[in-house]
Design a protein around this ligand. Structure first.
Ligand code: DX5
Ligand code: ZN
Length: 219
């Protein structure tokens, strides 16, 4: 069954505790977008916010690090409560070392690829990964338009993973809505990140459930 990972980036921070409570029973993961103003042209939040949410939430914390050279920060995000740490292939000069560091910290290890990055960068590292994140927008902002070629990438990646008998889950991130959720799941995606399309609704928990049902019916 497909998993839904609402992206906190689109939350109304004035209403954060109410929105977190709504997600608690409905969502599978909480997607936390960390932006450094260097790898991506935006700055979001860091370990402080994550550790304060961790005190109150049982959700799986799926931390997406849009950070250039993230190695020095991995431990603080793990200590803050990250269950998985996903780094960008484009931001890590020694990706294998970074992935080993994440695993040594006891977190699930993910690698993200931007829309223009080919899947071939994952060929050697794929057996080491718990998750691959396919970006379906250029990272940096919520509420952008879905880039359809991400679906072909997901199909190809699903084939690579299955042919090699590997276990990595596929996550898709950016522009996921009620309209394309089923298509993403059909393309082999296991985890759907969604921000604007969920937080823009009146009933957040109902929207998460609806997206989960749409995605699950497609597989
Ligand atoms: C973009 C972030 C996404 C974003 C998704 O850089 O990585 O997680 O918040 O939000 P929507 O669904 O609004 O594109
Ligand atoms: Zn993200």
């Amino acid at each position: 069954m497909a998993k839904i990972a609402p992206s906190l980036l689109s939350a109304d921070f004035w209403q954060l505790s109410r929105q977190m409570e709504a997600l608690e029973g409905a969502a599978d993961y909480l997607h936390l977008d960390v932006m450094d103003g260097c790898f991506v042209p935006n700055i979001s939040f860091g370990p402080l916010l994550i550790s304060s949410l961790r005190l109150h939430s049982k959700l799986f914390f799926d931390v997406h690090l849009m950070v250039q050279n993230p190695d020095p920060f991995l431990e603080s995000f793990r200590l803050a409560g990250a269950d998985s740490l996903t780094v960008h292939a484009e931001a890590c000069p020694h990706l294998h070392r970074t992935v080993q560091k994440i695993k040594a910290l006891g977190a699930a290890a993910g690698v993200a690829v931007c829309p223009a990055t080919p899947l071939s960068v994952l060929e050697e590292i794929l057996p080491e990964l718990d998750m691959v994140l396919i970006m379906s927008v250029n990272p940096g902002f919520g509420g952008q338009k879905f880039i359809p070629s991400a679906l072909e990438k997901a199909v190809k990646l699903r084939q690579m993973i299955n042919e090699r008998g590997l276990a990595a889950a596929i996550e898709i991130d950016g522009g996921i809505t009620m309209e394309n959720a089923a298509l993403a799941a059909k393309s082999g995606v296991d985890i759907l990140v969604s921000g604007a399309a969920l937080f823009g609704t009146r009933d957040l928990a109902a929207a998460v459930r609806e997206m989960k049902a749409l995605a699950s019916s497609a597989t």
